[in-house]
Design a protein around this ligand. Structure first.
Ligand code: NAP
Length: 302
């Protein structure tokens, strides 16, 4: 079996980190880039030893040629239907035609298999692609990492360092939410891409933390008291998000409209990992909750 990994989305944040890890592990990395990709990022990829393949995803024969000899295709595309359903399907169909044995889709989120369609628009697109992927003769592995730790940088209701409050929904004060740094997610995904025995779903969390635990930990790290802030019940939150979404139809064409961000928060409280696969690849030194809050306190990207 070759160890040629083809990445779609290597010019992105997760993709750039993933390609570095793969090169560090001795893999050969091919990256698909587009005409509109940032030439500086493309140049950086080339310099790091990545074989760069410029193409348009609608070019089926170009995609099939790029897939020749590849052991695993990894998609780290970000976007709406055009990326998550259309481009990923073009890539998947080319991979199958070229005889690629494995495919990792661009999931990298909360475990959406526990959610209902409509709970989260961006996860609905992943669910749609999952059913396409599972109908094709190729082995797939999805990585569910919960939320990236850096989402806590933005004083979202879950951790608001200005008001010193932590969001809480009825009955959820001890509900543990999954977080993983983007760096750890990239390191884990690189190992998964090189692991021929990887299962269909891999769940990871650098840490799992509840609102009650966040209150205590934030108090210690920021050396100031934090308190829970009641936000009502989750069904009430879901109904409110539905209303905001209906009132903001322009958000349907945006990746992160206000209601989508609320849907992410809702998803954090509606699905979490019951067991994690962190130990499958033992070389990762997982970023902790305390380490994440220390970074936020020191105004560094968490
Ligand atoms: N769990 C979380 O909290 C969390 C947070 C953020 C992101 N994510 C997920 O992590 C994954 C990677 O995200 P990221 O932040 O690394 O994204 P990013 O930095 O925005 O990079 C996106 C990549 O996708 C490519 N791309 C976008 N639309 C495309 C299309 N239609 N056709 C082909 N390529 C396209 C871009 O290529 P160009 O350079 O050519 O534009 C770029 O390489 C995504 O699944 C994203 O949803 C998860």
């Amino acid at each position: 079996m070759s160890n040629i990994i083809l990445i779609a989305g290597a010019t992105g944040d997760l993709g750039g980190r993933l390609s570095k890890h793969l090169i560090g592990k001795g893999a050969q990395v091919r990256a698909l880039v587009r005409e509109e990709s940032d030439p500086v990022k493309v140049g950086n990829l080339r310099q790091s030893g990545v074989e760069v393949i410029p193409l348009c995803f609608a070019d089926e024969s170009g995609l099939i040629a790029a897939c020749q000899g590849v052991s695993c295709v990894v998609s780290v595309l970000a976007g709406l239907r055009e990326a998550i359903v259309t481009a990923q399907q073009q890539l998947l169909d080319a991979a199958v035609k070229a005889g690629v044995p494995r495919f990792i889709p661009s999931d990298f989120c909360t475990d959406f298999t526990q959610l209902m369609p409509g709970d989260n628009r961006n996860f609905d697109l992943r669910m749609e692609f999952k059913s396409i992927l599972d109908s094709r003769p190729i082995r797939a592995t999805s990585v569910f990492n919960g939320a990236f730790t850096y989402v806590l940088n933005h004083d979202i209701p879950l951790l608001d360092t200005r008001t010193k409050t932590i969001a809480d929904y009825e009955g959820k004060a001890d509900w543990r939410i999954d977080f993983t740094s983007i760096a750890d997610t990239a390191a884990f995904t690189a190992s998964a891409a090189l692991d021929d025995d990887a299962p269909r779903l891999l769940r990871i969390a650098g840490f799992q933390v509840s609102p009650n635990e966040l209150v205590a930990l934030s108090g210690r790290v920021f050396d100031q008291p934090f308190a829970l802030k009641s936000q009502g019940s989750l069904p009430e939150f879901a109904a409110y998000i539905k209303k905001v979404r209906a009132d903001q139809p322009q958000g349907e064409s945006q990746l992160y409209p206000q209601w989508q961000q609320m849907q992410y928060l809702y998803s954090m409280f509606a699905a979490h990992h019951h067991a994690v696969d962190n130990d499958r690849y033992p070389d990762i030194d997982w970023q902790t909750a305390a380490g994440t809050l220390e970074k936020i306190k020191n105004k560094k990207i968490a």
